[in-house]
Design a protein around this ligand. Structure first.
Ligand code: AQP
Length: 346
């Protein structure tokens, strides 16, 4: 189906404690999307806190509600403005779960079984005692496809780890349109050129992650400045002394990660940073990155504290967002039901 005006959609997990990778790879892009969407031309940015995805692994119901508020406050503190984007909680918009079921009819089991995130998470869970791997975890990418396709999104800003899921979303839309006629829009993923994969500070071969790796490798958006500086000072690098990217032979992934982080925080290019730190050694460089990140995140942390102290207002914001989201998604669902021949005809 041919796409309408630019429509941006992305979802984020209500883990509450978002890390620097989430911030640089995704949240920063959400704000840019909101800023660049031209409302006059019908362009719109839609962001969703995916509580329904969170229930696919072990969780506590009371805590989930709290973490949704944490994540909402982080997004608002980072610059999302409910007057200029649609911000809502996934569980408030039933169209997501309905579309997930309907899309199950055009999703290949084998495709889901090939998803890297499924394989990795399943293995992580199986290593725990009393491991329970839910069917929801297996179906996670179908719900993710429904999230995006329910809005006929044209763009999905995500970090590099979500590339495969967005490819599958495109495949599901294609298969649906071939089988039932042009109904859904195949979205493009938008992966930032710099900062799409921020690496763990203690294990620079692995991405910074909420569930894998230890606390010292992960910088939280809400960490105190001193904690941030300490984590960067102890970041794993290599036995060399030169602050420069490693090239294809590898071996300098730690330094490369720090250069990339500083590029994003300063809005600078890597050459500029390599020149500035020439001959200054790793200690100086790591301190400079820690200071820059602490300064970068401080205003977000301060705004967060204020926003998080008013859960009633956060709920009102989410409720208003859900109402707007339903108004966009329902006509798409009506088209999908009609095309598939389910439920009473319109
Ligand atoms: N290390 C990262 N670098 C850049 N972008 C990243 N993202 C995640 N990690 C990095 C992007 O952040 C967005 C929101 O992610 P999420 O909270 O929905 O969870 P996730 O993708 O599963 O990543 P997490 O938070 O690290 O959790 P786990 O431990 O489960 O992998 C997404 O756009 C993601 O690409």
């Amino acid at each position: 189906m041919s796409a309408g005006p630019r429509r941006i959609f992305s979802g984020i997990q209500p883990t509450g404690r978002k890390h620097l990778g989430n911030y640089i790879g995704a949240i920063r892009q959400y704000v840019e999307g909101q800023e660049s969407a031209d409302a006059g031309a019908g362009e719109l940015a839609i962001y969703c806190i995916v509580d329904l995805h969170a229930i696919t692994v072990a969780y506590d119901p009371e805590e989930l509600r709290e973490r949704v508020h944490d994540t909402t406050a982080i997004l608002l503190a980072a610059g999302l403005d409910p007057e200029r984007c649609v911000l809502f909680r996934q569980g408030d918009v039933r169209q997501h779960t309905e579309l997930c079921w309907l899309l199950g009819g055009v999703t290949a089991w084998g495709d889901l079984n090939r998803m890297t995130q499924w394989k990795v998470k399943r293995e992580q869970i199986e290593q725990q005692t009393g491991a329970f791997v839910s069917a929801g975890l297996f179906n996670y990418p179908v719900l993710q496809a429904a999230d995006v396709l329910a809005y006929r999104a044209t763009e999905v800003p995500v970090g590099d780890d979500q590339r495969q899921h967005i490819e599958l979303t495109r495949e599901i839309a294609r298969r649906f349109n071939e089988r039932f006629g042009p109904t859904l829009v195949e979205p493009e993923h938008v992966i930032p050129g710099v900062g799409a994969r921020i690496m763990d500070l203690q294990d620079p071969m692995s991405k910074m992650s909420t569930t894998a790796g230890g606390e010292s490798g992960r910088v939280y958006v809400l960490d105190e400045p001193d904690a941030i500086r300490k984590k960067f000072r102890s970041a794993v690098t290599d036995s060399g002394r030169e602050v420069r990217r490693g090239g294809p032979e590898g071996g300098k992934e730690g330094i490369e990660n720090l250069i990339e982080i500083l590029c994003v925080v300063r809005g600078a290019g890597p050459e500029e940073i390599e020149t500035e730190f020439e001959g200054r050694g790793y200690g100086d460089f790591k301190s400079a990155v820690g200071d820059a990140v602490a300064d970068f995140l401080a205003p977000v942390r301060e705004r967060y504290a204020e926003l998080r102290s008013d859960p009633g207002e956060l709920e009102r914001t989410l409720a208003a967002g859900a109402e707007s989201a339903r108004a966009i998604a329902e006509p798409v669902l009506a088209d999908v039901r009609d095309a598939m021949g389910v439920a009473a005809p319109r």
